[in-house]
Design a protein around this ligand. Structure first.
Ligand code: MG
Length: 344
């Protein structure tokens, strides 16, 4: 018979994921961090085999899922908990969906500090409370020491959209709006991980964007949306151009990039346009509505730096053209991948 290691009060042990009393005790403690535990039906408190969610009669159900593996777990501007909540809620938001409920799968390495786990889940819970989203179901698994690098969070989000917005809906003539500075999250992770010298401060932009998106949707005219996460602005625009079968022209002088991010990117020889954002949206807006939508976005604290950065065109289908500051034109290529692994 294998010898059981002594139970620890402050570290995760394998029994925390073993479905018995110790797991129940941990989960009960963690549940207290979440103020909203039901979306109308069977909720998290029931600890049943699943949850049910009351949905309005009108609208489409939108579902999204993510696994979060960011390294380091804590970074300037956020942590894996905030990132997990925002990543999932933002994917719903850019589908045009008001977020309703979320699930949380915890995969933890044996030996992980329970205090850190609580800190991370508090920050996740904070985003859910702020956005009125219920955590309705979850799962906890423990992997052995060395079988996992600390912690992985898996989240599934459920939302309701009056009209589902796709990333494939651009039409020639549509204006392209970015809701703020690009590259902040990717650069914050890179700088934290590599201990890079930073002039000023570089923080992740990780934030829930539904309130801002909702404002924009209420004006109307939005034809396409996407959040520029892995692969940044370059990947998101290329995907939108390809799927919509239009060209996109972007003016570099209009793309908002923080000075600190631009300087560090230049020093490292990487493009800030390929670095992830975690609190931004790209929108295609019909030309007649673009000014009004931009104004509405800029009234929101997360949208102060929003800009029209270009437009969709009928030529160069599937391609993104960057008009550089000095007046040149080149393709903004689809990045092979984000410059770094494990950023979200
Ligand atoms: Mg997305």
């Amino acid at each position: 018979m294998p010898v059981r290691k002594p139970l620890s009060e402050d570290r995760i042990v394998s029994l925390h994921g073993a479905g018995g009393e110790l797991m129940n005790r941990l989960i009960t403690e963690l549940l207290e961090l979440f103020p909203l535990r039901s979306a109308g039906g069977v909720g998290l408190d029931a600890l049943d085999d699943g949850a049910s969610v009351d949905l309005p009669e009108e609208g489409k159900l939108v579902i999204t899922t993510d696994s979060h593996v960011v390294k380091p777990l804590f970074f300037p501007g956020g942590d894996i908990g905030r990132l997990a909540a925002c990543g999932t809620l933002n994917d719903l938001a850019v589908m045009g969906a008001s977020p309703v409920a979320m699930s949380l799968g915890l995969i933890v390495e044996e030996g992980f500090a329970i205090s850190e786990l609580k800190k991370i889940l508090s920050s996740l819970a904070g985003v859910l409370a702020e956005t009125g989203v219920a955590l309705v179901t979850g799962d906890t698994k423990v992997m052995g020491k060395g079988e996992l690098d600390g912690l992985v969070l898996n989240t599934t989000g459920v939302g309701v959209a009056r009209t589902v917005i796709r990333d494939a809906g651009l039409r020639p003539g549509d204006k392209i709006i970015v809701t703020g500075t690009v590259g902040d999250h990717g650069m914050a992770i890179l700088a934290a991980r590599e201990g890079l010298p930073v002039e000023g401060e570089i923080r992740s932009d990780v934030a829930p964007i539904w309130p801002l998106v909702e404002r924009a949707l209420s004006i109307g005219g939005i034809t396409a949306m996407k959040d520029p996460t892995r692969g940044g602005l370059a990947a998101a625009l290329n995907e939108m151009a390809r799927k919509s079968n239009v060209g996109i022209v972007i003016r570099e002088s209009e793309i908002p990039v923080r000075e600190e991010v631009r300087a560090l990117a230049e020093m490292l020889g990487i493009s800030p346009y390929a670095l992830a954002c975690e609190g931004k949206a790209l929108m295609g807006v019909s030309p007649g509505k673009a000014e009004e939508v931009l104004r509405a976005i800029r009234e929101h604290p997360l949208g102060r730096e929003a800009r029209v950065i270009g437009e969709a065109i009928p030529e160069h289908r599937g391609k993104v053209i960057l008009e550089t500051r000095v007046g040149g034109r080149r393709y903004l290529e689809m990045p092979l991948g984000d410059p770094m692994p494990r950023i979200c």
